[in-house]
Design a protein. Structure first.
Length: 67
């Protein structure tokens, strides 16, 4: 299973860990993926997409209430 967000398409990024003696070790920065149900479908979303999705949903509901 790929470690990619299904909404934004972001994946793991590469970086370098540095020890006290400045030895370089390649490492991966993985996304914080969570499984959420969106519109009746299970999706693997990063926490940034979950957070903005909730904000966008709240804005849409507020717009409906005003109209």
């Amino acid at each position: 299973m790929a470690k990619v967000c299904e909404r934004c398409g972001r994946g793991p990024q590469m970086g370098v860990s540095r020890s006290h003696s400045m030895i370089k070790t390649r490492r991966r920065f993985n996304l914080n993926l969570q499984t959420k149900t969106v519109d009746g479908k299970q999706m693997r979303l990063c926490t940034a997409c979950i957070k903005t999705g909730k904000k966008n949903a709240a804005k849409a509901e507020a717009k409906k209430a005003r109209a």
